[in-house]
Ligand binder design. Structure first.
Ligand code: PLP
Length: 421
């Protein structure tokens, strides 16, 4: 076990709250924050709150230094080539929308194709669907199996085909010009199934067919070590709040040459170089995409959380989370009527239903027993339609969870099932 529970003040507080305490198993929605992160937030507002970049006074200079230092921390965490390739956003959603607008709008034309999987979160689905509708491009949606695995040969078929009918669940196609796939957008780890995508293989394959790859790292960055140079992916996104930092901060990584080619989609302060009545020139990277006053305090919490993860060791965290996940899966397997939508060795997420019982009712009865889980479609309605269900119960782990908490959850689940069947 990782000896880190004490680093998270809220976890102890939740555990000792009224009626036996609360076990938090909704970490894929958002994680709890370690003291180091809360201290970083307090420190900024208590000691050097100031706007960044334009001030000559010492507070502004210090805030700017810390803000830019946070960018370098993210760069090192992801092993990006340079910090100018790291753009701060509000989160994964904003980062993907930025790429869909500014890169998608640039390269996707009538008859081109954007590929996603049916397991994507709405944030990595709707922006591409809307882009394709706008551009009259083909939106190719690849299936996954019941445990979330992607058949790589179907991806290759889809990449290969320029103008044929494809093997996926495509819609809105105008395939007459057959110009092939321009973008593949895929999660690092899917938020319903917890399945880990073989990114290295997927990215190399997409590149062989000339497609640019965006990886939605919302469920990836805090659960497995990510080396962007080794992966060679073109865009990578993640949200701070799912990686132990505050809400309101996220990251878009993009290769310099792609970011350089893109026009900004928000205009205002910070992102300009010169403005006259006639024209405006834009600032260099990364500021070109950071219009307006940024979330400085939140960026500092991200810096603190990533340092915390590095100090704890992402490999150790991943190994421990897998241990928790395997144990929970094996205990769940013993429950009558269980239907899984995750592999036995997912990263840290298990989705399931109990035959004949509503996922919502299970969630409510678990809550009454102090167990916080998520139920519903998890912002992945296409996957729900594809599986023919309207939701699942989802448990998701963080390194502060324990085997004892899983035992509590299993006991509570059995009780809920008894009451509901
Ligand atoms: N992508 C995945 C895989 C997610 O799990 C989520 C959130 O749950 C998102 C994108 C959206 O993240 P955010 O709401 O932080 O922008």
């Amino acid at each position: 076990m990782l000896n880190i529970r004490g680093d998270f003040p809220i976890i102890e507080r939740l555990a000792s709250s009224a009626n036996g305490g609360i076990v938090y198993l909704d970490n894929a929605a958002t994680t709890q924050k370690p003291k180091a992160v809360i201290d970083a937030l307090n420190d900024y507002y208590l000691s050097f709150n100031a706007n960044v970049h334009r001030g000559v006074h010492r507070l502004s200079v210090l805030a700017t230094e810390k803000y830019e230092e946070a960018r370098v921390v993210v760069q090192k965490f992801l092993n990006a080539r340079e910090s100018a390739e790291i753009i701060f956003t509000r989160g994964t959603t904003e980062a993907i929308n930025l790429v869909a607008q500014c890169y998608g709008g640039l390269v996707v034309d009538k008859g081109d194709k954007v590929i996603v999987t049916v397991a994507e979160h709405h944030s990595n689905f709707v922006p591409w669907q809307q882009l394709c509708l706008r551009q009259r491009a083909e939106f190719a949606v690849l299936p996954v199996d019941r445990q979330g695995a992607l058949d790589i040969s179907l991806l290759e078929d889809e990449l290969r085909k320029g103008s044929d009918t494809n093997a996926g669940i495509s819609s809105g196609a105008d395939r007459s010009s057959g110009r092939g796939a321009k973008i593949l957008a895929i999660a690092h780890i899917h938020n319903v199934t917890g399945a880990i995508m073989p990114l290295q293989e997927i990215i190399a394959l997409a590149h062989r067919y000339g497609a640019v790859v965006l990886v939605d790292g919302a469920q990836g960055a805090a659960h497995t070590a990510t080396d962007l140079q080794q992966l060679d992916c073109d865009f990578y996104t993640f949200s701070g709040h799912k990686a132990y930092a505050a809400m309101g901060i996220g990251v878009l990584y993009g290769k310099r040459e792609l970011l350089e080619a893109m026009q900004p989609y928000q205009f205002g302060g910070e992102m300009i170089s010169e403005v006259s009545v006639e024209r405006t020139t834009f600032n260099e990277l990364p500021y070109k995409f950071e219009a307006g006053t940024p979330s400085v305090a939140d960026a500092l919490t991200l810096s603190a959380s990533l340092r915390y993860l590095q100090k704890t060791g992402l490999d150790k965290i991943a190994a421990y989370e897998q241990q928790l996940t395997r144990y929970a899966y094996s205990e769940l397997q013993k429950i009558e009527g269980i239907e899984f939508y995750s592999p036995p060795a997912s990263s840290s997420i298990i989705s399931f239903n109990i035959r004949g019982i509503s996922h919502y009712d299970i969630g409510v009865l678990l809550d009454k027993q102090g167990i916080a889980v998520r139920t519903g479609h998890h912002c992945a309605e296409p996957l729900m339609h594809y599986f023919g269900i309207n939701g699942t119960v989802r448990i998701s782990f963080a390194p502060y969870n324990t085997i004892q908490e899983i035992d509590k959850f299993i006991t509570a689940l059995k009780k809920a099932c008894q009451m509901l069947s």
